[in-house]
Design a protein around this ligand. Structure first.
Ligand SMILES: [Zn+2]
Length: 358
């Protein structure tokens, strides 16, 4: 019994060969368990990405396909105003040909890790919606195109039809930084926002129902911009139509108006981006050559709500509300809800019920 005391002491000091071996085995076992957990986590992620990302029909365009698709949007490019061209090209007297050339050159190939990253984000978004019991309306195949956003004032993304153009620089950074928890929240918001535009184009009834949540009525009439608006008009590829209106109180009088995005000055006067010189104006649907400013409409905030400040058009306002509803639910990003919860609730109720077919 007394003889064992020195051994126990040596064990305690960990300089006994037997104790060393046991400790080494334990360390090995822990490492193997950690490795196993890591592999299992990787496999689960792989399966989730492969299964759920396919719930949104999509593919990634090569630079050539992206360029061809971009330039196939001829109706959009043909309708660009001189104001559009000048602001986008950062010079006065810019031509459509110059703009098309620079736009085409802005498209590039996705790296493999960027495609994988975007697929993993889409999968997580779809899994989240499935778990919440949301059903998205059907959407036509989406094509993701990587482009720099020089011509769109550094936007995170924009759309033409169901083509989603994503800011190339941002994707690379977000894909590389995805190891940090919560880092991809902004990218998820962008994807939900752009997805909303694709959903409204694939499903006119969905568009009508979503706009009604902010008091806009979609009509069969495409309103023609009057000369006083056209002169300063800035096209937005996310806004394909001017065919919805709401009733605004202008100096106390109810007037049915649609919205248009304009600049307050010409490029020659402003010499800066359209983002810093922009204004949303209200244009009466009766065709008169006038417009009203946001400040003139006493119920502007009541119409659009104030969940988002991006209220240049009902399409943009609802795309942001949709992203918030999907990302944060009724709690909101800070857990304090929203100034206009009824809009978010309306979206959630819609997606939780049976979706009318397109
Ligand atoms: Zn948008």
């Amino acid at each position: 019994m007394f003889n064992k005391l020195p051994k126990i002491e040596r064990n305690l000091r960990n300089d006994n060969p037997e104790a060393k071996h046991i400790k080494k085995q334990k360390r090995k076992k822990t490492l193997l368990i950690l490795l196993g957990l890591l592999v299992a986590w990787g496999l689960i992620n792989l399966c989730i990405t492969l299964i759920f990302s396919r719930m949104i029909p999509h593919h990634y365009a090569s630079a050539q396909e992206g360029r061809d698709l971009m330039l196939s949007n001829t109706e959009y490019y043909d309708n660009l105003t001189q104001n559009d061209l000048d602001y986008r090209m950062h010079k006065s007297g810019a031509t459509k040909e110059e703009f098309l050339k620079v736009s085409g050159e802005s498209v590039s190939d996705f790296y493999f890790f960027e495609k994988w990253y975007l697929n993993s984000r889409l999968a997580r978004m779809m899994l989240h919606c499935k778990l919440k019991g949301y059903d998205f309306p059907e959407v036509n195949e989406i094509v993701f195109i990587k482009a720099d956003m020089e011509m769109e004032s550094g936007a995170s993304g924009y759309t033409h039809g169901t083509q989603i153009y994503l800011n190339g620089g941002q994707i690379t950074i977000y894909a590389l930084m995805n190891i940090f928890p919560g880092f991809s929240e902004f990218m998820d918001k962008t994807l939900y926002h752009e997805l909303f535009h694709c959903l409204t184009r694939s499903n006119p009834q969905f568009r009508t129902d979503m706009y009604s949540l902010i008091h806009f009525t979609v009509t069969d009439t495409e309103y023609e911009l009057p000369p006083c608006v056209l002169e300063r008009f800035i096209s937005n590829p996310d806004v394909e139509h001017h065919n919805s209106y709401a009733t605004f109180l202008i100096d106390g009088e109810p007037i049915d108006c649609y919205t248009a995005y304009t600049t307050t000055k010409s490029y020659a006067e402003a010499k800066s981006s359209f983002m810093s010189n922009s204004a949303t104006v209200l244009v009466p649907i009766d065709g008169s050559d006038v417009y009203y400013t946001r400040e003139q409409a006493s119920n502007y905030d009541e119409v659009f709500g104030t969940n988002t400040g991006y209220v240049t058009d009902p399409e943009e306002c609802m795309a942001d509300n949709f992203a918030y509803a999907m990302l944060y639910g009724m709690k909101g990003s800070d857990g304090k809800g929203y100034p206009n919860p009824e809009i978010i609730q309306g979206i959630i109720d819609y997606l939780s019920s049976t979706i009318p077919s397109a």
